[in-house]
Structures are given as C-alpha cells and as structure tokens.
Design a protein around this ligand. Structure first.
Ligand code: DQA
Length: 146
C-alpha cells in the first residue's frame, strides 16, 4: 500500500481560530479527519502531523527518505524562508519519492513576501488555493503516480 506523510508547519494547528476570514472556520482536527477519509478511498496509508518547530519538520522529512514514504507538505511560513527545510525536502525528491507542496490559500494572491517559495523548486509539484481540497488534490496525485 502507498504510504504518505502529510506534514504541516507552524500555526496550522490554529486553523478555525486563526484569521478565519483567510483560512476558514474548520479546525486542524477537521483537516485530519478529511485527509484520513480521503486516504481510505485513495488506498493510501497516511500519517498527518503538525509542528511549529523547524528542526522537527526537518527530522520528519529525513524520516520520509529513510522509510521510503511520499510527502504532502504544507510548510506554512517556512515556505518563504527556511533553507534547512528546503534542503531536507530536496532529499525526498532526489530519493525518487513524491513531495507535493500544498497551501490552503493562493500565496501569489497575497502579500509579496508570500510570493517566494524556497521549496517549490525541489517539490514534485504544488497545489495551492483550494482550501482543504488542496490536500485532496495532492493526495490524488500521489495515488495516481504510485
Ligand atoms: C499557507 C500560506 C503561508 O503563506 C502561510 O504562512 C501559512 C499558510 C497556506 O496554507 O495557505 O501559514 O501555507
């Protein structure tokens, strides 16, 4: 069975509370439930995680390489400046695994600092702007390619 880690960066545990006008009213637990349900339908064994800690996220990307697990990654604010996370993400794709960058919002329609993704160039692909469905589309791509 295809395995995927769905990794979420800083502040995403605050969904539902955090700027609901931007990120919506649904909570992180709602996101986890949706992802787990979609993965049953897609035949993916999934583990959904969130951290505010850059080193923990880097460690999870190393784990993905070592366990040959595909990754769906919402790096949140780390998207825009974390070269450590970018270098860890590069190890995932260079190992022949899929890494799909996802965003709930469309960063290119927002503030200028969000227009740079340091991870995009080492990702397999990016899905942004579709709310929770960004994850669904990313997981569908993983299912189609494995
Ligand atoms: C985000 C977009 C980022 O710019 C922001 O820092 C986030 C969430 C998104 O999912 O739309 O925390 O990654």
């Amino acid at each position: 069975m295809t395995r995927a880690l769905v990794l979420n960066g800083p502040n995403l545990s605050r969904l539902g509370v955090r700027e609901p006008d931007v990120y919506g009213a649904a909570s992180f637990d709602d996101l986890v439930s949706s992802v787990e349900k979609w993965c049953v339908d897609l035949g993916i064994e999934v583990d959904v995680r969130q951290t505010d800690d850059e080193s923990e996220l880097v460690g999870w990307l190393h784990e993905a390489v070592d366990t040959r697990t595909h990754v769906v990654l919402n790096p949140a604010a780390f998207t825009h400046y974390s070269y450590a996370m970018r270098d860890a993400a590069a190890q995932v794709t260079s190992a022949g695994l899929l890494l799909v960058e996802v965003h709930l919002t469309n960063p290119y329609a927002r503030e200028a600092f969000r227009h740079t993704s340091v991870v995009g160039a080492v990702a397999t692909g990016t899905v942004a702007g579709f709310g929770f469905d960004s994850y669904r589309l990313a997981l569908t791509a993983v299912a189609l390619r494995t």
